[in-house]
Design a protein around this ligand. Structure first.
Ligand code: ADP
Length: 165
């Protein structure tokens, strides 16, 4: 069976990659689905987010990365898929994730959501924390793949550098 792993991935972290690589060993195919969501301002464009994931999962041949707009269940149906995968970090994720899963089940009863618990070393990690640390020059090595580390440093260097006359 193939599974869809949706998220914002702004940017991808080692926590996401842990879920992706474990899922790649469990399922025939994994589609990482990046939500474009133009209403919400993201740091990286959908294409940048896609390229960073692509580069980080390069050796997993059954993982594909796509972007989508609109409702997740519509995308899942278009892909002819019936499984949605989400990662669970802590009990705090549980409430939101159940709400999302139940809403999706109401919209599309044939689609099931399944959860993988995060590996303990990444249980505190999320994209927002990584961006905050990077924004103020903190070290993010080991939290994100190398391509994300250098892209974040570059983004914030550009933002912090004084404007040229
Ligand atoms: P969203 O905005 O949809 O929550 P995210 O990119 O923040 O998008 O997360 C995508 C998925 O990855 C979610 O299921 C989230 O719970 C999971 N996730 C995020 N960070 C981690 C982590 N450190 N370990 C495991 N799963 C994670």
């Amino acid at each position: 069976m193939k599974v869809i792993y949706p998220g914002t991935f702004d940017p991808v972290t080692n926590g996401h990659l842990d879920i992706i690589s474990r899922a790649s060993g469990l399922f025939e195919a994994v589609i990482v689905a990046i939500l474009e969501n133009p209403q919400k301002k993201q740091l990286f464009t959908p294409l940048e987010r896609k390229q960073m994931i692509q580069e980080s999962v390069g050796n997993l041949s059954n993982v594909k990365i796509e972007t989508f707009n609109g409702l997740l269940v519509h995308f899942v149906r278009r892909k002819g898929c019936r499984l949605v995968l989400r990662g669970l970090r802590a009990i705090t994720d549980y409430e939101y994730e159940t709400q999302l899963a139940l809403t999706n089940r109401k919209l599309a009863p044939e689609i099931e959501t399944i959860f993988l618990p995060t590996s303990t070393e990444y249980s505190y990690l999320n994209s927002s924390v990584v961006k905050e640390v990077a924004r103020f020059g903190g070290c993010i090595r080991g939290l994100v793949p190398p391509v994300v580390e250098s892209n974040l440093q570059q983004k914030f260097r550009v933002q912090l550098s004084p404007e040229k006359p």
